[in-house]
Design a protein around this ligand. Structure first.
Ligand code: AVJ
Ligand code: FE
Length: 440
């Protein structure tokens, strides 16, 4: 393995910790203190809870566990335990007020930088390759994405700004045929991969076709116009019940606008652009669209093979374009832009078979329920992923415009309830290949 030496690893960790904290600051300094303690939706925490929770997890795992240091604030552990405090109840808790929350996270961070200077990256699994630090970087970035979704639900004038995503550079349409065969799913070697991405294992898939791009707003609007939200034929029983009870008529944050639709994003209304991937749809809506179009959602394995399988060698890559970390040329990630890029904007991010927009833009729903890969071992704690295994959650892949590159790769797995749509979720469709079907 090309394990970086201690100095380079320390520098890398310091950079990633600082990058995450700068983003947390953007998200929490953009609004005033009254806004930080407010709950913008019962689905979300007040932003000030996310802030102190990020610091508390950093204290638990790095200061106390890796460092063996004295607690900074043991008295607040329960308040910031996501399992003890349901989201809807968090605003009523005696939370640290914003100035104290900021002071707390910065005290913890100072101790972590002190620890980082001294820690030995031994073979102890928690510290080998800087894993615990990488886990905490990813944790903060994941909460930053959650806070970005909270901003999207917030009412009031816009407070976040970013340049628009790039324009299309190539035409991308139709499907890509993936031949039958084995591929390696998951990883044993990515140093900061989380427990649910491990171990690497061989999976055989029959031939299938997968969309070259995520389903666009234009295609999704055609489903709405064709009466898709009023025809139970396309919906699962649970999906139809949810559609009826919630009164769904289109993606969250859309409203009719003349002949078309407008999309509310971070405090501003904009016309829905036809060539952008649709975002803010639930798994149930994605499944209904797929059925209406004569297809289905891809399985998680189908998504990963399309994203990682290298036909020339049979090996699996870290990303669709290769093993190098994402750059701005590859994918719309990291809150660099505040909405999905139009299809064809990232030709450098395509897979060898020509599948585009797999990383970034929108999280993609798959048909798969969240479970451990064969040989899964919970690490370092059952509560990161194992307690969510079962039939309740569906897996999402690929990351959105709000996902940082530290928390996104070809093996990275996200999960949520099939009714959820406040997340930056979209999808693409797939189908079984016809017998003898050859690439178009
Ligand atoms: C992997 C995005 C589902 O936000 O619930 C954050 C990540 N775990 N804190 C979540 C997570 C603990 C998790 N998701
Ligand atoms: Fe968390």
């Amino acid at each position: 393995t090309n394990r970086p030496d201690g100095v380079r690893l320390r520098e890398h960790i310091a950079t990633e910790l600082a990058r995450a904290r700068a983003r947390t600051a953007v998200l929490t300094d953009a609004v005033d203190d009254a806004d930080l303690v407010r709950q913008h939706s019962p689905l979300m925490s007040p932003l000030v809870w996310d802030l102190a929770h990020v610091g508390n997890q950093e204290e638990l795992w790095l200061v106390r566990d890796v460092g063996g240091r004295e607690p900074v604030r043991q008295d607040i552990d329960d308040l910031y335990d996501a399992f003890k405090q349901p989201r809807r109840d968090r605003p009523a808790l005696p939370l640290l007020p914003p100035p104290e929350a900021r002071a707390y996270v910065s005290t913890v961070r100072d101790k972590v930088f002190d620890l980082l200077d001294r820690v030995a990256f031994t073979d102890r699994r928690l510290v080998a390759d800087g894993f615990a630090f990488g886990m905490i970087v990813q944790h903060e970035q994941q909460h930053d994405e959650t806070m970005l979704a909270t901003h999207q639900l917030r009412s009031g004038p816009a407070v976040l700004d970013a340049p628009p995503p790039p324009e299309p550079r190539v035409r991308v349409a139709g499907e890509v045929l993936v031949p039958a065969g084995e591929f390696i799913m998951g990883t044993d070697t990515d140093p900061w991969a989380l427990d649910n991405e491990r171990p690497a294992h061989q999976v055989y898939l029959p031939a299938y076709a997968i969309d070259a791009a995520p389903v666009t707003n234009g295609a999704y609007a055609a489903f709405i116009a064709a009466g898709g939200y009023h025809d139970p034929r396309w919906w699962s029983a649970a999906g139809w019940a949810y559609r009826q009870q919630a009164g769904l008529t289109g993606p969250l944050h859309w409203r009719p606008d003349g002949d078309g639709w407008a999309y509310h994003r971070f405090g501003r209304w904009a016309p829905v652009r036809e060539d952008e991937p649709v975002v803010h749809v639930s798994w149930y809506e994605a499944q209904a669209y797929a059925a209406w179009s004569g297809k289905r959602l891809p399985t998680e394995a189908e998504w990963e093979k399309a994203a990682r399988w290298e036909p020339a060698t049979g090996r699996s890559r870290r990303y669709p374009w290769g093993d190098e970390d994402p750059t701005v040329e590859h994918a719309n990630l990291g809150q660099r832009h505040l909405w999905p890029a139009p299809v064809g904007a990232y030709p450098a991010g395509a897979s060898p078979l020509g599948v585009h927009h797999l990383m970034g833009d929108v999280w993609e729903w798959t048909s798969t329920t969240f479970r451990g890969h064969p040989g899964f071992v919970a690490f370092p704690y059952r509560e990161y992923s194992e307690v969510f295994f079962g039939d309740d959650y569906r897996v999402l892949r690929g990351g959105s415009f709000g996902t940082d590159r530290a928390a996104c790769r070809g093996t990275f797995r996200n999960w949520d309830y099939p009714i959820r749509r406040q997340i930056f979720s979209g999808f693409r469709c797939a189908r079984d290949a016809a017998p003898g079907e050859a690439p178009a």
